[in-house]
Design a protein around this ligand. Structure first.
Ligand code: G3I
Length: 429
C-alpha cells in the first residue's frame, strides 16, 4: 500500500522501481482506493526530488505537493483527493504536477531558474510573490551596473541592489551580479571625465574591488565583462578598451577585470557575458579564442553567459548545441543569462496565438538545450512578466517576450519551460 511507503536516503530510481509501494502512476491509482488516506515517510528531500525528476514516481509527487505546505520536510503525509475513481485520481495528479513551480522543477534537474529583477517592483505583491515562488536565482536588471551603483566618484549607491540581495536571502534564492565592465550605462563622471588610461585603470580597479567586495559572500556569480566584441569578432571600441582604455592592449583589459574580481571575492564564479554568441559565428569564435587563451594561461574565468535575446523567427536553436559544447569542453560552465523571445504585437498590443505557440517551443528548446549539458547551470530570463520588459521600449511594436503576461498569468512559454524540465533526457558529461 502507498501508506507507509518509505524512500530511504540515497535510494536510486532503479531501486524505487523495484519497490512495490512506489510504482508508477497507474499502479499507484490502483493501490490507493478513492478518498483513502495515504502517508509516506522520506528521509531525504533531495533523493525524493531526484526520483520525481526522473518522472518514475509521479504517484509520490502528489503526496509531497499536498503535504509540503503544512508538514515538516522529513515526514510528509497526505490525503488523496476526494475522488470517485482511480481515473479521477490520475487526472488530479496531472493537475498537481503542473502546479510545480519552475524553481522546483529546475532544482530537480540541477539548473537554477533565474530572472532579472527591478527592485522598484518588489513592493508589488504579485511581482514579489511570483518571483519568490517561481525563481531560485535573481539578478538586478540595472541596479549593479556602473552608473546606477557608482553615480559619483567614491559615492556608491548600494541601496537598490541591496534590496534585491535581501529579497534573495529571504526567499532562499541565489544572487547573480551584473555587470562590472560594460560599454553602456557608465556614469558621466567616468565617460566625460577626460581621464588618462592610468586614472581609468585605478577607477575600474577601485570600482571592482568596492562592488565585488560589498557583495562578497552574497553574489555567487558575476558577469565580469559584458559584450566586449562586435558582430565581426573584433574588440568593441569602449572607454575601457581604447577610448582611451585602461592601458592594456587586446583582451588585456578583460583579463585584468577578471583578475581584480577574483581578488575581491575568491569564491564568486566569474563569467564573460554576450549576445548573439549562441551559435558558431565570428563573434562566438572571438569569445571562444579569448576563453581558450584565458584557460590556458590560468586567467580566472569560470563560465560564459549566453544572453539569448531571441526572436520568433529564430531558427538557430538547432545550431547552438555544437557551440555550447566547445565552451564546456574548455572546462567552463555555461549559463543562459538574459533569455527572452520577442514577438510582433498587433494594434491591440497582442501577440497572435500562433506566435505565442512558436515562442513556447523556443523556450522549451532552450531549456532542453541547457539540460543536455551538466555544465549548463542556469537558465535566467530577462525579467519574467510582460508588464515590465525592456523590449517594447527598444523594439517598438514588439513585446510579449517573457513567460508571464502583464497580469502575471503563465503563458504557453511557461508551459514550454515546464515541459522541458519534465522531459527525461539525461545530461551529457
Ligand atoms: O533610471 C532611469 C530613471 O530614473 C528614469 O526615470 C527612466 C526614464 O526612462 O530611465 C531610467 O533608466 C533606464 C534604465 O533602463 C532603468 O529603467 C535607462 O534609461 C534605460 O536605458 C535602461 O535600459 C536598460 C538597458 O540595459 C541599458 O542598455 C534596460 O532596462 C536593461 O534591460 C538592459 O539590459 C541589457 C543588459 O544589461 C545587457 N544585455 C542587453 C540587455 C538589453 O538591452
Amino acid at each position: 500500500m502507498l501508506a507507509g511507503a518509505r524512500v530511504e536516503r540515497g535510494f536510486s530510481p532503479q531501486r524505487v522501481l523495484q519497490h512495490p509501494p512506489v510504482l508508477g502512476l497507474t499502479r499507484t491509482a490502483n493501490y490507493l482506493s478513492c478518498g483513502q488516506i495515504g502517508s509516506i515517510e522520506i528521509s531525504s528531500i533531495s533523493s525524493l526530488r531526484a526520483l520525481l525528476s526522473d518522472g518514475v514516481v509521479r504517484g509520490l509527487s502528489i503526496i509531497v505537493r499536498l503535504g509540503s505546505a503544512s508538514m515538516p520536510p522529513l515526514l510528509l503525509s497526505a490525503q488523496s483527493k476526494n475522488v470517485a475513481c482511480p481515473l479521477c485520481l490520475v487526472f488530479s495528479v496531472a493537475a498537481m504536477l503542473s502546479a510545480q513551480s519552475l524553481r522546483e522543477l529546475g532544482d530537480a534537474r540541477g539548473v537554477h531558474v533565474g530572472s532579472a529583477v527591478n527592485p522598484s517592483h518588489l513592493a508589488e505583491p504579485e511581482y514579489s510573490a511570483t518571483l519568490a515562488k517561481e525563481f531560485s536565482q535573481i539578478e538586478p536588471e540595472n541596479a549593479m551596473k556602473f552608473g546606477p551603483i557608482h553615480p559619483a566618484p567614491g559615492n556608491y549607491n548600494f541601496g537598490p541592489a541591496d534590496e534585491v540581495a535581501q529579497f534573495a536571502r529571504s526567499h532562499n534564492q541565489l544572487l547573480r551580479g551584473a555587470v562590472l565592465v560594460w560599454h553602456n550605462q557608465n556614469p558621466s563622471w567616468v565617460t566625460g571625465g577626460k581621464h588618462t588610461p592610468e586614472q581609468l585603470s585605478s577607477i575600474l580597479r577601485d570600482h571592482i574591488a568596492a562592488v565585488v567586495g560589498h557583495y562578497a559572500g552574497q553574489v555567487y556569480a558575476w558577469d565580469v565583462v559584458n559584450e566586449a566584441f562586435t558582430a565581426g569578432g573584433k574588440l568593441r571600441s569602449t572607454i575601457w578598451y581604447d577610448s582611451p582604455g585602461i592601458g592594456l592592449s587586446g583582451t588585456g583589459y578583460v583579463e585584468q577585470a577578471f583578475r581584480w574580481a577574483r581578488s575581491a571575492d575568491p569564491k564568486a564564479l566569474l563569467f564573460y557575458n554576450d549576445y548573439e554568441t549562441e551559435t558558431i559565428n565570428s563573434k562566438s569564435d572571438a569569445v571562444y579564442a579569448m576563453a581558450r587563451d584565458f584557460k590556458s594561461r590560468g586567467v580566472p574565468i569560470d563560465g560564459i553567459g549566453f544572453q539569448m535575446h531571441l526572436t520568433r523567427e529564430t531558427e538557430r536553436v538547432g545550431r547552438m548545441e555544437a557551440n555550447i559544447r566547445r565552451f564546456t569542453a574548455l572546462g567552463l560552465q555555461v549559463q543562459i543569462t538574459e533569455l527572452d523571445v520577442r514577438l510582433p504585437l498587433d494594434s491591440g498590443n497582442l501577440a497572435s496565438p500562433r506566435a505565442l505557440a512558436r515562442q513556447a517551443k523556443i523556450y522549451r528548446q532552450i531549456v532542453e538545450l541547457c539540460l543536455k549539458f551538466k555544465q549548463c547551470t542556469a537558465v535566467q530570463t530577462w525579467g519574467f512578466t510582460d508588464k515590465y520588459s525592456w523590449i517594447p521600449r527598444t523594439y517598438p511594436g514588439k513585446g510579449d517576450a517573457l513567460p508571464f503576461d502583464s497580469g502575471y498569468k503563465p503563458k504557453p512559454a511557461y508551459e514550454g519551460i515546464v515541459a522541458a524540465f519534465k522531459s527525461r533526457r539525461p545530461k551529457q558529461p
